[in-house]
Every structure is written in C-alpha cells, then in structure tokens.
Write a protein of this length. Structure first.
Length: 233
C-alpha cells in the first residue's frame, strides 16, 4: 500500500484546511444503524479528532476482516492516527462485536459471517456519515470513506451508484461521501452487489489501491472493474 498517495488523494478531493494537532480518541460511543429489515440497531464506534473547534473534514474508516477486537490488524487505528495528524476527524464503526464476531471473520467459514457482509455494512457506513454530520466540529460536505480488505469491499459496495430512487440508501448515497479509497478490496463481481448490474459506477471519485501479487484479494478483478468503468466514462 502507499499511504501517502491515498492521503494526498483524500486531501485533494475533500480539500482539507488548516491542520490541527492530534486529539485523543473517544471510545464508548455508539451510533444508530439499521438492520436488513429496517429496524434500528446500535453499534459501537470510536471517534478521533484534532485539537481545536473545527469544522474539520472527516473520514469514516471501515475496519478489515479482523474487526476491532483482540485480533484486530491494528490498521484502522494506524490510519486514524495518521489522518487526525493531518487535520481530519475520524470515525471507525465496529460492525462485528455486537453481531457475534468480536474476533473477526478472516478465517470464519460459518454462515453467520453473512450477518456482517460488506453489503450489510453499507448501512453502517452511512450511519457513521449521518452521525458525523451532527457534529459541529465536522464539515459535513467534506467527509470521505475508506477501508481495507473486508472494509475495502464495504467501501466499494457503499460507493455503488443507485440505479433508481427505490435502491438501498439511494438518497443517502447521492448526498453522501465526497470521495473514497478502497485498500485491497475483493472485486470479484459474482460476490458483490454490482454482479447483476454489470458495470460498476461509483457515486463519487474512488481510488482502489491493491498489491499486484495479493493472493487473498487478487488485483486482476479490480483492474478489470476499473478499466470497464473508465471506458464507460
């Protein structure tokens, strides 16, 4: 991965202003999301912000398959620290712990992992965005989304443009994230929400960063996805 390239892209698209000092993370927070049947659900989240009143640009980070528990890769925390140091508020929702997967799903082949699939986590991403827009310290027009691995796939699913007003979160998506970065996502169409739609169309500028020799989430499907999208304009 090339963190500096990702950060430069976020900065370009979201146009961060004066950088603040590093502030402390706020844990014990919960945000309101929804279940697949539309009922309200509370999930934990961690908020980090620079010193000062803001308003600051912000980034929602979707964690990877290790979750945020004892087997976390630590990547979300490292990205949060880097971004806060560059003047961003960061919110990291925990999609796994309260849904029965505190140790993550990286090697979990049970059917219950579908309860925390990238498609399910799209609601969490937009719940995080809605929460950030309630904060006076955040510029709600400059909020980006990023995630790695399982969180990268969640980022792709979250940025997929709706085909009609009846689509899931259509209104939220059209007034949603300013930009996104997906780190080593799974881009195989048959496993993602755009399989029946054919072409992948994001609602805002999207950067995919992936290793050419990655043998878990191969680069070639992502290359094909982006080439087809670019050719279609």
């Amino acid at each position: 991965m090339r963190p500096r390239r990702a950060l430069r892209l976020i900065a370009l698209w979201i146009a961060a202003g004066v950088l603040g000092g590093c502030g402390a993370a706020i844990s014990g927070l919960s945000i309101t999301t929804t279940t697949p049947i539309g009922t309200s659900e509370q999930i934990p989240a961690e908020l980090s912000k620079p010193d000062g009143p803001g308003p600051f640009p912000a980034v929602v980070i979707m964690h990877d398959c290790g979750g945020l528990g004892p087997r976390s890769s630590g990547a979300p925390a490292r990205w949060a620290k880097e971004l806060v140091g560059r003047g961003y508020v960061v919110l990291v929702p925990d999609s796994f712990t309260t849904r029965g997967h505190p140790d993550g799903v990286c090697t979990d082949a049970s059917p219950s992992r579908n309860d925390v699939s990238p498609a399910r986590r799209v609601r969490d991403a937009y719940a995080a965005l809605a929460y950030l827009r309630t904060l006076s310290s955040v510029d709600g027009s400059r909020v980006g989304l990023m995630g790695g691995s399982h969180g990268g796939s969640t980022t792709l699913a979250s940025m997929l443009a709706p085909e009609s007003d009846s689509d899931l979160l259509a209104r939220d998506k059209r007034a949603g994230f300013a930009a996104a970065v997906a780190l080593y996502p799974g881009c195989v169409p048959s496993r993602r929400g755009w399989s029946a739609r054919g072409l992948y169309r994001p609602v805002a500028p999207l950067l995919i960063l992936i290793g050419e020799k990655d043998d878990w989430t191969p680069a070639e499907p992502c290359r094909k996805l982006t080439e087809a999208a670019q050719q279609a304009g």
